[in-house]
Design a protein around this ligand. Structure first.
Ligand code: DQQ
Length: 575
């Protein structure tokens, strides 16, 4: 079969891509002086725009800001450059929705207008104050280019769209001073605030001291006067700057979300930090010690670069909010491009928001589960099904009848025999490395099996999302990969292969995958949301109706697709 025979040259291509330039395209905030994005191309020249992932009509976007629900309306603010397709001139753009899928744009909500934010309105969060009054804390960049924290309140609380925001005359409310010795270039991204038992509000702000990442904490009685607490909520050495921290409770049992100020024996806490050095969102699960006012991660919850990630692909600066209407906690995350800056300027835009995910604590208590919000299913149409299909070594099965460039696919694989499972070598302990060494084309014992998405007719292009099962010390180890190395004939893209280990026992349960495919984004959820991998890809051949979808098995052991359901997705109303 073509995949197997080409594996050698494919691996060399992969190594070449990894060594040459793949890393330099990670999410970043470089300012490009040649700002002006060119005229918007016609739709037929815009094959990479998404149909149901949030993006504005043009220009640069990054972090989701201040998500909340107010009077039944969902609000999404986001970092936006009104002047071009690269980062700069940052304001808070604003859209609202009744279903988190279809969006209505509004005027910019927060933009430079005071000395305390004249050089930029950076990330922040919304808190709903008693009496259903939303308040936004955000980072402003002052005339000295120092990072300070500001407050904005809605002008008119009877407007459910909250179109106008008024900044506090007391801004900035929190600032670096010679006394507090806060590093003025590492002091940003206030969280949603929470109320302590003493009736005081608390908020944390991302920071660092040398290589120590920390969450500086402030307290306030009235949300206007804030005092720095003499200790951070938490810190971790060797993790670098913490951007966009997020701190929230999760129920020990069940999927229901919990409001941010709730604490007690029935909850655990999650601290997520966006690590500036690697541009990945990591989290720990732990306990919020109310007496000491500190967060303590559980012993087995590793901090830093080797710890748990929301997403093992491209996903950054995320933020959750409590949706009281549906009693769930919803996660938003920014997905940057993998294309070159030149290509971004040509297409006139950069960045999308991932599909919002419901998050809850896994029954093990050790990790979160993430799943696309149920509303996304409204866009599904023309379902096609496969049942109990055996996939033998080296076979590829075409899944026909869906718009493969705009689809939602769920598939579940059963492995009957593990006899041929390879031993997990010590050097494969890093899942991303293991996936890069062994792409979809490299034959294995149990796996690789999975999906080829955004695939061209003769498989010159495809993105493969797949699994391998290894023999570990005392159990089988399941590896999930998203391999972009063959995703496009265009050599100028970041085609890093991503990987994650899945905490499942393949002897007892099927291995499942859901992929949300939307032209230039593939968001994949392994084993019902235990690990997520998001990839950006820009096929030259497998575009629009030229894109195909396949299931494959390149392992010696046969696997059975117990169930595959795929839907074409309708276009959401976004811009
Ligand atoms: N993006 C914002 C900052 C934040 C960073 C600036 C994270 O507030 O730290 O656009 O992507």
């Amino acid at each position: 079969m073509p995949m197997a025979s080409s594996s050698l040259c494919f691996i060399s291509l992969l190594c070449f891509l990894l060594c040459h330039g793949a890393l330099k395209l990670q999410a970043s905030h470089h300012v490009y002086t040649a700002q002006a994005s060119r005229l918007l191309l016609h739709h037929y020249e815009q094959p990479y725009r998404t149909s149901y992932h949030f993006q504005p009509p043009k220009n640069w976007i990054n972090d989701p800001n201040g998500p909340m629900i107010y009077k039944g309306i969902y609000h999404l603010f986001y970092q936006y450059n009104p002047k071009g397709a690269t980062w700069g001139n940052i304001v808070w753009a604003h859209s609202t929705s009744t279903d988190l899928i279809n969006w209505k744009p509004h005027d910019h909500a927060i933009y430079p207008s005071q000395p305390s934010d004249i050089n930029g309105c950076w990330s922040g969060s919304a808190t709903i104050l008693p009496g259903e009054k939303p308040a936004i804390l955000y980072t402003g960049i002052n005339p000295k280019n120092q990072q300070v924290q500001n407050l904005a309140l809605p002008k008119n609380l009877s407007d459910p769209y909250l179109r106008e925001w008024v900044k506090s005359p007391n801004n900035p409310l929190m600032a670096p001073t010679p006394q507090n010795r806060i590093n003025s270039s590492s002091f940003r991204d206030p969280t949603t605030a929470w109320l302590g038992h003493d009736g005081q509000w608390r908020v944390i702000i991302g920071s660092k001291i040398d290589a120590r990442g920390l969450a500086i904490m402030f307290r306030s009685k009235d949300f206007v006067r804030w005092d720095q607490v003499d200790h951070p909520l938490h810190y971790a050495d060797g993790t670098g700057m913490w951007e966009c921290p997020d701190f929230f409770p999760v129920a020990k049992n069940g999927r229901a979300g919990i409001d941010t100020s709730v604490n007690g024996g029935h909850v655990k806490h999650v601290l997520k930090v966006s690590l500036d050095d690697t541009k990945h969102d990591h989290y720990t699960v732990g306990t919020y010690d109310l007496k000491k006012d500190i967060y303590v991660p559980d012993k087995e919850s590793t901090e830093g670069y080797t710890g748990l990630r929301y997403d093992y692909g491209k996903y950054y600066a995320s933020k959750t909010f409590f949706d009281g209407q549906k009693k769930r906690r919803v996660l938003w995350g920014w997905v940057n491009e993998s294309s070159s800056v030149d290509d971004d300027m040509k297409k006139g835009w950069s960045g999308v928001q991932a599909i919002p995910r419901a998050v809850w604590l896994d029954a093990s208590g050790k990790q979160l589960i993430q799943w696309p919000i149920a509303e996304i299913q409204k866009l599904r149409k023309d379902k096609i099904k496969l049942r109990n299909k055996v996939v033998k070594k080296g076979s590829i099965i075409a899944v026909k009848g869906v718009t493969a460039a705009q689809a939602d696919v769920e598939v579940s694989f059963k492995v009957k025999s593990f006899k041929k499972a390879q031993r997990l070598k010590a050097e494969w302990k890093d899942p991303q490395l293991a996936c890069s060494r062994m792409g979809a084309a490299a034959m294995g014992g149990v796996g690789p099996f999975g999906l080829l998405v955004l695939a061209s007719k003769d498989l010159e292009e495809y993105t493969s999302v797949f699994f391998r099962v290894f023999k570990g010390q005392d159990k089988y180890v399941v590896l999930m990969c998203s391999d972009q190395s063959r995703s496009s004939l265009n050599a100028n893209n970041d085609k890093t292969t991503y990987g994650a280990f899945l905490d499942v026992d393949p002897v007892r349960e099927n291995i499942s995958l859901r992929s949300l495919i939307d032209h230039s984004i593939v968001e994949s959820f392994g084993s019902k949301g235990k690990a997520c991998i998001t990839a950006r890809v820009y096929p030259k051949l497998a575009m629009g109706d030229k894109a195909g979808l396949y299931a494959f098995n390149n392992g010696t052991e046969r696997v059975t697709i117990t169930k595959l359901s795929a839907w074409s997705m309708k276009k959401a109303q976004i811009s």
